[in-house]
Design a binder for this molecule. Structure first.
Ligand code: G1P
Length: 279
């Protein structure tokens, strides 16, 4: 029997508006924007499956129903293409639907990533869970980024954030950490700041959209006051855990594309296309 994964559930905050992609995102969720033929959120779900998870908890909002439809059977379409050469184009998504359980809840108001995660609490219960921000698309040669983080969780049993070194001028787009390097590329976090100006940033180690969170984060989030931008920030809640030495930051192996920006989106499209046509 396959070893039971340490983490079963992956949460996808997916209520954001995606204003940087207007008008494309006027009536279509930004998570459904495709890189080649696959919507962004499907890459995220595949990464979670690769890490041994099969319960996908998605925090949606108004205008996001296409996500639910995507992870469901489309009888008419499947009937139409059955037996044709096109049938195989649905094989991957069909596999996902067969293997995973999807649950959804709606975030009524946009009050920040911390609030979105807290909104997902009824879908998760009281257990450690992963978080994927689908507009950060991560690719790696072998093991997926989330899978690397689960291995680390098994060792450290605390919250984990994925980080990368960024251009110090861009710290105001990210949560930024500082800490002690306890193994190569692995830090015990002592400080976390949400979107500091370059002058105020403790380092250039930026959090990207992959987290493993221990469930006490929900209790902390319930008490967390609005921070940067008047929003409830997951970074502030994690700082509470970091004070107790309970947050690890991990320089993952692989590459992240910021598909929430047009530059990153185009770069991901071009590089994944080159990869695909190389084979
Ligand atoms: C969020 C987090 C930030 C993190 C980033 C990663 O910001 O608040 O700490 O660095 O995701 O993508 P957002 O990009 O939603 O503004």
């Amino acid at each position: 029997m396959k070893k039971k994964a340490a983490i079963d559930v992956c949460l996808f905050p997916a209520a954001g508006y995606g204003t940087r992609f207007l008008p494309a995102t006027k009536s279509m969720p930004k998570e459904m924007l495709p890189i080649l033929t696959k919507p962004l959120i499907q890459y995220g779900v595949e990464e979670a499956m690769n890490a041994g998870m099969n319960t996908m908890a998605i925090v949606t909002g108004r205008g996001k129903r296409a996500i639910e439809d995507h992870f469901d059977i489309s009888y008419e379409l499947e009937h139409q293409i059955k037996g044709t050469s096109k049938e195989k184009m649905l094989a991957d998504i069909r596999h996902i639907i067969d293997k995973c359980i999807f649950s959804y809840t709606r975030q009524i108001e946009m009050k920040g990533l911390g609030h979105a995660i807290l909104t997902g609490k009824p879908l998760i219960g009281y257990q450690p869970f992963a978080v994927i921000l689908a507009d950060d698309l991560c690719v790696s040669e072998s093991e997926g980024v989330l899978s690397q983080m689960v291995t680390l969780y098994e060792k450290y049993q605390c919250s984990i954030v994925a980080i990368e070194e960024i251009d110090p001028q861009h710290t105001d787009k990210y949560g930024v950490i500082a800490g002690v390097e306890i193994e190569p590329g692995i830090f015990r976090v002592s400080t976390m700041v949400e979107k500091p100006s370059p002058a105020d940033a403790p380092t250039n180690l930026a959090i990207i959209g992959r987290y493993i969170l221990t469930p006490d984060i929900f209790d902390i989030l319930q008490q967390t006051k609005p921070g940067k931008g008047g929003e409830i920030q997951i970074t502030d809640a994690l700082m509470e855990q970091a004070r107790e030495g309970n947050v690890i930051a991990y320089k993952f192996s692989g590459k992240r594309y910021d598909c929430g920006s047009i530059d990153g989106y185009v770069q991901a499209t071009v590089e994944l296309y080159n990869e695909m046509t190389k084979k």
